[in-house]
Design a protein around this ligand. Structure first.
Ligand SMILES: Cc1cc2nc3c(=O)[nH]c(=O)nc-3n(C[C@H](O)[C@H](O)[C@H](O)COP(=O)(O)OP(=O)(O)OC[C@H]3O[C@@H](n4cnc5c(N)ncnc54)[C@H](O)[C@@H]3O)c2cc1C
Length: 291
């Protein structure tokens, strides 16, 4: 049974923010409700005021600009990201990631903002946004701030979001030339949450050396984790199989994975090694196709 709450369905972002600023930590937002209803049923959250933002169509958009890159409104559903021609063309990794996120039914209702704000370390999008150097725009009444994707999750199911703030937009810069980005997760069945996942972005210089690398892990710690030591294994070198193995091994030492019915911490560490190597190889392959 859900605890009693008062329900609001604001028609504008300003109205939603004003409700948040009035009720602060007594209020919670609900977008698709796919994660929110679960935590409410478990009584992990018992908001007195529930602000339903699903109808805020002003935040349902995907915009691409050659100079500014990609901007995705927080109320955009997963399926729209998967199917967007601009995303398929310029940020194929996002479309591929979404194609393996849950089922079509779930993707047709769940929002990207809800996914990120739920801050589940097993979630797929956060990890990919970290390697794409994305930034999130947060708003409260009369104020806005920008936060790097990698700083957004602060702990298990906790995000750097003040009680009067909401996520408005995800901003993804165009990657430099010769950049390849890939994401894969270990799924028992297609569409499952990953037992672990790895996102890797590699930028090559004009001589084919690794100019920059970003590695992030899902379900390998209490937050989506950037594996900075593993990145350093690759940066400034000519990547070969031995270096990819080493990057995987170093990433496994950075991970602090959970121990649960889906896999022991030890098994997950082994899988981090396998997935970092495999996904980095894919990212490297993709640099060839990138301009
Ligand atoms: C069957 C199933 C399978 C799934 N599989 C996967 C998977 O494989 N990979 C994966 O990554 N995810 C998976 N998910 C999670 C799913 O993607 C998320 O539940 C969904 O995206 C959350 O979006 P929502 O719109 O339902 O958010 P809600 O449940 O409405 O909200 C989630 C949280 O975010 C807050 N919130 C929502 N929007 C905002 C905003 N704009 N600003 C501030 N706070 C906000 C809410 O207050 C709440 O705390 C799965 C979910 C289900 C039900």
């Amino acid at each position: 049974m859900l605890a009693a709450f008062e329900y609001f369905a604001p028609k504008t972002v300003e109205e939603a923010l004003s409700l948040l600023s009035k009720y602060k930590d007594k209020a919670k937002m609900i977008a698709g409700g796919q994660s929110m209803l679960v935590v409410m049923k478990q009584r992990l959250l018992t908001p007195e005021y529930l602000i339903d933002i699903k109808g805020l169509t002003a935040l349902d958009y995907i915009k691409y600009d050659e100079k500014q890159g990609l901007r995705i409104g927080a109320l955009t559903i997963h399926r729209a990201i998967e199917k967007s021609p601009d995303i398929q063309k310029h940020f194929g990794v996002l479309s591929e990631m979404e194609g393996n996120l849950a089922t079509i039914q779930t993707r047709n209702w769940g929002t990207i903002g809800g996914n990120l704000c739920h801050s589940d370390p097993a979630g797929d999008p956060a990890t990919v946004f970290i390697v794409l150097k994305a930034r999130f725009k947060l708003a409260s009444s009369g104020k806005e701030r920008i936060i790097e994707a990698e700083d957004f999750s602060t702990d298990y199911l906790e995000a750097d979001l003040k009680p009067n703030e909401m996520l408005i937009e995800i901003q993804v810069p165009n990657p430099p030339p010769h950049t390849g980005t890939a994401y894969e997760k270990l799924m028992v069945m297609k569409g499952d949450m990953g037992v672990v996942g790895a996102a890797v972005s590699i930028t090559l210089d004009s001589k084919g050396g690794c100019q920059d690398a970003r590695i992030a892990l899902s379900n390998a710690a209490s937050i989506p984790l950037r594996a900075k030591k593993a990145e350093k294994v690759l940066i400034g070198k000519t990547i070969n199989d031995g270096l990819l193995t080493e990057a995987g091994e170093v990433a496994a030492t950075e991970a602090d994975p959970p121990n649960d019915v889906h896999g022991s911490a030890e098994y997950r560490r082994e899988m981090v090694k396998v997935f970092v190597k495999r996904v980095a190889r894919l990212a490297l392959e993709k640099t060839k196709a990138a301009r």
